[in-house]
Design a binder for this molecule. Structure first.
Ligand code: F3S
Length: 400
């Protein structure tokens, strides 16, 4: 890799040990993946924020860098708890104490506590062709695909390194040649619900792995459907970029000659729904909506479905979103409708990275294919995957 004199000087330690370590990480990655140079990034999104996922070792590592500050706008992935309502969630004092230390450590580094996996819904929205270094897999896939920004799937350390240097190695999805489709999918089934997009993404992600699917025939998808598709493609495969003909910004300019083709049918979507549920009937302890974090329109949908009803006595309806979306939902009246019905709306966190084992939940219903993929392993809960309407219906009845 070619480094300029300023970068060489950082590599030699002239700008302190933290920046030296950061540029070492970036150069090592660049050399492994054949990057020619470092390129500037417009923003960074760092994963590895929940105490559940990074533990004491991660906490100490972040605290050890307190002498340094990030040099580009940097936001964080969800933490393990709502930073204000953690007691209401049932999070223990021990977990909360560690989680708050992690957040303080990130604040010391200059990161912003927009703790969301959908920062693009809260003002952190990169523009077409802008290079960024994001690490949450669904956000990476959404930013590359729907916004046309350019990012690899960064790990927590490489994202933080990019935040300290303001640059990332020029390889992978930063380059035109790696943004070409590897599989054409003709969608021969109407997709109405966010969960339909999730079901399709879970199925295609497994087939394409870390390739680039190109979808044809998706009728006027909304942003919530595209968000759900990004999350499930990234969770079931390693997809970081997809194209939808007539919808996403790069779809018109890619090369399709010789790309393998397949058809996605109504049978495929039914089997995906079936496969993503690990149980089908019985009492449900919690209904979790908002993976990735719910948008304002998703909050409106839940509010409309639950308004005038009551969440069943032994069941919880939890909706996860960002601080800014919750504030807007309050202004629009959606928050009031959900809370009045007995639902709870939490920010800064999500069901997958929260210490669910502390809450005693055994069963969960979700409208997110990604949550259905991770629920059984990350949260040790039996999972039902269904539409938002079915999830709210389960919340009211208390069972499926
Ligand atoms: Fe976001 Fe948590 Fe889902 S980080 S994408 S809500 S697993």
């Amino acid at each position: 890799m070619e480094l300029n004199p300023a970068e060489e000087s950082t590599l030699h330690g002239d700008n302190g040990p933290v920046k030296q370590k950061a540029i070492e990480i970036l150069v090592a990655l660049g050399e492994i993946f054949g990057a020619d140079r470092l390129i500037e990034v417009g923003s960074v999104q760092v994963s590895g924020v929940s105490y559940k996922t990074i533990g004491d070792a991660g906490l100490q590592w972040i605290e050890s860098m307190s002498s340094e500050k990030v040099v580009v706008p940097t936001t964080l992935n969800p933490t393990g708890m709502d930073l204000r309502l953690w007691k209401q969630m049932g999070v223990s004092d021990e977990f909360a104490e560690k989680q708050i230390r992690i957040i303080k450590a990130y604040i010391n580094l200059g990161a912003k506590t927009l703790c969301s996996c959908a920062p693009y819904l809260s003002g952190q929205s990169p523009k077409l062709n802008e290079h960024i270094a994001w690490s949450e897999s669904s956000a990476v896939c959404y930013a590359n695909s729907v916004l046309g920004a350019r990012t690899n799937r960064e790990g927590g350390p490489s994202a933080l390194a990019a935040a300290f240097i303001g640059k990332t190695p020029n390889y992978g999805y930063h380059l035109d040649e790696n943004r070409q489709p590897t599989l054409q999918v003709e969608v021969d089934v109407p997709l109405h619900e966010e969960s339909d997009f999730g079901a399709m993404g879970a199925s295609i992600g497994k087939k394409v792995n870390n390739g680039v699917p190109y979808f044809i025939g998706v009728q006027s998808p909304n942003a919530d459907g595209l968000k759900s598709l990004a999350a499930s493609l990234a969770a079931s495969g390693g997809v970081a970029l997809y194209h939808v003909k007539g919808v996403t910004p790069e779809a018109a300019s890619v090369e399709l000659d010789g790309v393998e083709k397949m058809v996605f049918t109504s049978e495929d979507i039914s089997s995906s729904y079936e496969e993503l549920s690990t149980f089908h009937s019985g009492e449900v302890d919690v209904i979790a909506i908002g993976c990735p974090h719910a948008s304002l329109s998703e909050m409106r949908k839940v509010a409309g479905l639950i308004k005038g009803k009551k969440v069943a006595k032994n069941t919880k309806l939890w909706v996860f979103t960002s601080v800014s979306t919750k504030l807007m939902a309050e202004r629009f009246g959606y928050l009031g409708d959900i809370v009045k019905a007995g639902g709870e709306v939490y920010t800064d966190c999500c069901m997958v990275v929260a210490p669910v084992e502390e809450f005693g939940f055994k069963t969960m219903a979700v409208n997110s294919a990604k949550a259905a993929i991770y629920g059984p392993s990350a949260s040790k809960v039996g999972t039902i995957f269904g539409t938002t309407g079915r999830c709210v219906d389960i919340a009211v009845k208390g069972y499926a």
